[in-house]
Design a protein around this ligand. Structure first.
Ligand code: GLY
Ligand code: MN
Ligand code: MN
Length: 444
């Protein structure tokens, strides 16, 4: 399918998406006693004592309704029984390029009012009284002060975990886009380039700028792969290209992908580690099905990764015991993944139900970001990893379990940093999972 056909698909799916959102909003407003929903797109912010704007991040609740991620000072108005209305701010500004006039598939399904200033937008907003107003406090316009009712936000966030057909299509697009970057990045690694040059190859292939990325790319050579959210991209060359971990996504109409790959460069032991993590990762992806408790996937990851450590001889200990004693957490110190969508770590990962309450993480697993039972069309990441993190290894060295560790092998593998492999996976009703990332790699 080419880009035009994909755009046509989005256009076809948008009316149903809008129907789902209005039905969710109807229920949320009805249950909480509000008459309407007013969602601010957001305002530009400025650095302290400076006239340079900070990068604009649109209100995620706004981009849920509209494929407009760059639009400031605008509003979505929804009153049950009426068409959604978009107050579209197109400033008269010759210092900057204003947004284009409203155009695209969404315009046929909403009422649009074009305004030039935030104050003019305020005149088109319905009464603030009995309105659920979603936004930052500083986006207030007169008496339209964001109140962010917890009941409304909680209900909408809870429902958002299940993606509409439109959202799934957007997320497939985001995966394909990221995969173009991943392939270019791997090639740049094979050519012996710097982290910075690899990152630039990624951006070039995706057509994204740094600011378009759903999160800062993690581009890690060698030991840097042991830093879970390694935030630099060095422009100098390392002594060698032993390993390469890249955790990088892309966006399509405001929806994210979040993909990690780890590449070796000829060391058989490290490659066995990569292959072991990959086998575990694929088995975990297969568990992404409606009715499955995501916490069980996380716990299964610990067991599977402990088996990899045992099989490679890194730790001579029963896998179950490695999990019980926390040894597996030394090498796998993060959660197995999270909800994905409008935000890379999407909201409501702990929500017990539409009306509130939360589901605890399993004891001893403080970084898991999703504890819900999966439902059809949830999209989650599955991202197991094994790392050699000096700080955590120092902790293990001081414990009795240190006796079971092959420290010579740990020292060897430490030079590669670690391994993470991450796919974006959809739970499908009555069928096996859809792996958006693998499908995109297969298609590329
Ligand atoms: N890229 C951040 C994460 O994988 O959660
Ligand atoms: Mn990631
Ligand atoms: Mn992730």
């Amino acid at each position: 399918m080419n880009a035009d056909a994909r755009h046509a698909t989005l256009a076809q799916l948008y009316p149903d998406h809008l129907r789902t959102l209005t039905a969710r909003a109807d229920a949320a407003l009805d249950d909480s006693g509000f008459d309407r929903l007013l969602i601010a797109s957001g305002r530009l912010r400025y650095a302290f004592h400076d006239d340079n704007p900070l990068p604009f991040k649109v209100n995620p609740s706004f981009k849920a309704w509209l494929p407009l991620s760059d639009l400031t000072d605008s509003w979505l108005v929804y009153e049950p029984g009426r068409r959604p209305k978009v107050i579209y701010c197109q400033p008269a500004d010759y210092w900057h390029l204003p947004p284009s006039p409203p155009q695209g598939y969404w315009t046929a399904h909403v009422d649009v009012v074009v305004v030039r200033t935030p104050e003019e937008a305020a005149r088109h907003l319905p009464a603030a009284e009995r309105s659920a107003i979603i936004g930052e406090p500083e986006w207030a316009l007169g008496d339209h002060v964001p109140n962010n009712p917890a009941l409304v936000i909680g209900r909408l966030a809870y429902a958002r975990a299940a993606k509409t057909a439109y959202e799934l299509e957007a997320m497939r697009m985001a995966s394909r886009r990221a995969v173009r970057g991943h392939r270019a990045a791997e090639q740049a690694f094979r050519e012996g380039r710097s982290e910075r040059a690899i990152h630039e190859a990624y951006l070039h292939a995706t057509g994204h700028s740094d600011l378009d990325l759903p999160y800062g790319n993690i581009v890690a050579l060698n030991e840097h792969a042991a830093v879970l959210h390694y935030q630099h991209q060095r422009h100098d060359l390392p002594d060698a290209h032993r390993s390469f971990l890249i955790d990088a996504g892309a966006q399509a109409i405001g929806y994210a992908s979040d993909i990690t790959r780890t590449h070796g460069n000829g060391d058989a032991t490290f490659q066995a580690l990569v292959d072991g993590v990959e086998r575990v990762q694929q088995a975990l992806c297969d568990r992404v099905r409606p009715g499955v408790d995501y916490r069980d996937i996380h716990l299964a990851a610990h067991l599977g990764l402990a088996e990899v450590l045992r099989d490679l001889g890194v730790v001579r200990m029963d896998a179950g015991r490695m999990v019980e004693t926390g040894v597996s957490a030394t090498f796998f110190p993060h959660g197995i993944g999270h909800l994905l969508g409008l935000q890379v770590h999407d909201v409501a990962g702990f929500a017990a139900g539409p009306d509130g309450g939360s589901i605890d993480r399993p004891a001893g697993h403080p970084f898991l970001r999703l504890t819900r039972v999966l439902e059809a069309d949830f999209v989650v990441t599955i991202e197991p990893g094994l790392y050699f993190i000096p700080m955590l290894l120092d902790g293990l060295r001081a414990r009795p379990e240190a006796a079971g560790v092959d420290w010579t092998l740990v020292e060897h593998l430490s030079r590669f940093g670690g391994v993470r492999i991450e796919d974006n996976v959809r739970a499908v009703a009555g069928a096996g999972p859809e792996n958006l990332s693998r499908d995109a790699f297969a298609e590329a």
